[in-house]
Design a protein around this ligand. Structure first.
Ligand code: HEC
Ligand code: HEC
Length: 153
């Protein structure tokens, strides 16, 4: 019990810890090679296990792209994503097809980001995390690593 309280205290005094979503060390090579050519390899904690399963079952028609992989690779990536997935109780529902950007957690975290930032042509899509979070690919979403295109130059 003491330990739990200590951990809670630490988490509160370093809120930045909550903004770090490092890629789990056990990521299979296939995840990097198959899931990072069109966008960043999204950290598994950004979606819940059931949503990853749904997404991985529909790769043939993946948001208008064909991202299909062979069944062995699919199983390997699905296992990795679901084992390291976020908790649905924290993320909320992700829609269908599931999107990180539709989870209640994502919406809540971005509630104060003005519409014109999203409309910037350099952002293109809310799924383009790297447009604003320079460290997204390495799991750094902390405020010190945010560079909004609209506010640069
Ligand atoms: C051929 C290109 C391509 C590949 C390969 C690909 N994706 Fe995608 N992915 C897309 C596109 C296009 C979107 C939609 C992006 C948008 O709405 O801006 C997308 C969106 C997503 C989203 C939802 C992002 C959001 O809006 O929250 C997730 C999650 C995702 N991909 C995971 C994966 C995973 C896991 C893999 C590997 C198995 C993968 N993708 C491989 C093209 C690809
Ligand atoms: C248009 C720019 C923009 C895009 C694109 C964007 N974000 Fe953000 N994000 C922000 C801003 C600005 C904040 C800080 C909001 C605040 O503190 O009110 C933020 C906050 C966050 C936080 C919370 C960090 C904290 O301090 O608690 C997370 C996690 C996050 N974003 C993840 C993502 C992910 C994952 C994606 C892509 C799927 C993404 N963001 C796309 C601008 C963006």
């Amino acid at each position: 019990m003491k330990k739990i309280i200590l951990i809670t205290l630490l988490a509160c005094s370093f809120p930045a810890l909550a903004d770090r979503l490092p890629m789990p060390g056990n990521a299979p090579a296939s995840f990097k090679s198959e899931c990072s050519s069109c966008h960043i390899a999204y950290q598994p904690a950004l979606l819940a296990a059931d949503d990853w399963r749904k997404l991985m079952a529909g790769l043939k028609d993946h948001f208008g792209s064909d991202a299909a992989v062979d069944s062995k690779t699919n199983l390997e990536i699905t296992n990795f994503l679901t084992r390291n997935a976020g908790e649905v109780s924290r993320l909320g529902s992700a829609g269908n097809p599931p999107r990180i950007t539709q989870t209640q957690r994502f919406v809540r975290k971005h509630r104060e980001v003005p519409a014109k930032f999203w409309r910037d042509p350099r952002v293109k899509s809310a799924a383009n995390c790297e447009a604003c979070h320079r460290g997204a690919a390495s799991g750094n979403y902390g405020e010190h690593d945010i560079a909004i295109p609209e506010l640069r130059e």
